[in-house]
Write a protein that binds this ligand. Structure first.
Ligand code: ATP
Length: 269
């Protein structure tokens, strides 16, 4: 690492340093706990001192500049279009000291990532498919409203009792928008691709694999998952068939309903 990169890293760590507990933003949101720092945002649990409600406050990551702000603006916009009990409501958004913030409902419960990797929960094939059926209802709603989530992953699905919540709409796009590429990528084939339902369904395939691998000894790396799941996992032929379509090994499902029909068929056997 050269000196410039080192100094840049120090500077970014400094400007992205999380705010302390007890800090009050706009005389209204008192920070109770820092939840985490993602690629583009910092997230806190706060008390809304006016209503007494516990909320989640997300701040665009200062080091990401306009990219961080654009993604948070996008998330605010998308959440504004969605009304579903399993999708957090955006309660407010504002600028404060030149920083952009979004306030949402606090979703209680644990992410599927924490359930598997911290609590060691093991899901059977039936539990996985029943869980994914509920997730598909939320995703189907999102698609019906014209959006593709584009970040369906185990840290973005929260289980609270019987209820499942889908969070993190920071990458969501409208159907047919060009796929966003990494900075610097100008490959024509990539630039001409648009966002469609199979993008989310592909991610659902990986989501299912993570859940199924909860019962497998060496479920540690995605590389293993990509290479050997058909040999390593003991699942019914129908589940294998659905996974092959989701993962686009076989001709893919083109929409959520096609997959949900197969799922229902499996669950109602
Ligand atoms: N509305 C919410 N209710 C409860 N927890 C939330 C909510 N929104 C985010 N979180 C949690 O806050 C943490 C940080 O979320 P954030 O979306 O900022 O970053 P990330 O998901 O860790 O990273 P990335 O966005 O790069 O994937 C995560 O643990 C996430 O589960």
């Amino acid at each position: 690492m050269n000196l410039f990169e080192y100094l840049k890293g120090v500077y970014e760590a400094w400007i992205d340093y999380p705010k302390r507990e007890g800090t009050v933003i706009t005389n209204k949101y008192r920070i109770q706990r820092f939840l985490g720092i993602g690629s583009y945002g910092l997230t806190y649990i706060c008390l809304d001192v006016d209503s007494g409600q516990e909320v989640v406050l997300k701040q665009a990551k200062p080091s990401k500049g306009t990219v961080g702000r654009d993604l948070l603006y996008r998330e605010i916009d998308v959440l504004g279009w969605l009304r579903h009990p399993s999708i957090q409501k955006c309660l407010a958004s504002f600028e404060y000291k030149e920083q952009l913030y979004m306030v949402t409902e606090h979703v209680k419960g644990q992410t599927v990532e924490d359930l598997i990797f911290e609590r060691g929960v093991v899901f059977s094939e039936k539990e996985v498919l029943s869980f994914v059926r509920k997730l598909m209802e939320i995703l189907n709603y999102v698609h019906e409203q014209g959006f593709v989530h584009l970040d369906i992953r185990i840290p973005n699905v929260i289980l609270d009792g019987d209820q499942i919540h889908l969070i993190d709409f920071g990458l969501a796009c409208r159907f047919g928008e060009p796929i966003r590429t990494e900075l610097g990528s100008d490959d024509e084939a990539t630039l001409s691709r648009t966002v469609e339902a199979p993008n989310d369904l592909y991610a659902v395939g990986h989501f299912i694999l993570f859940m199924l691998y909860s019962g497998y000894d060496s479920c540690t790396s995605e590389v293993e998952i990509n290479s050997g799941w058909e040999d390593e996992l003991t699942v019914t032929p129908m589940t294998k068939h659905m996974l092959r379509k989701l993962l686009q090994i076989d001709p893919p499902y083109m929409n959520t309903q096609q997959f949900m029909r197969d799922l229902d068929h499996w669950l109602n056997r």
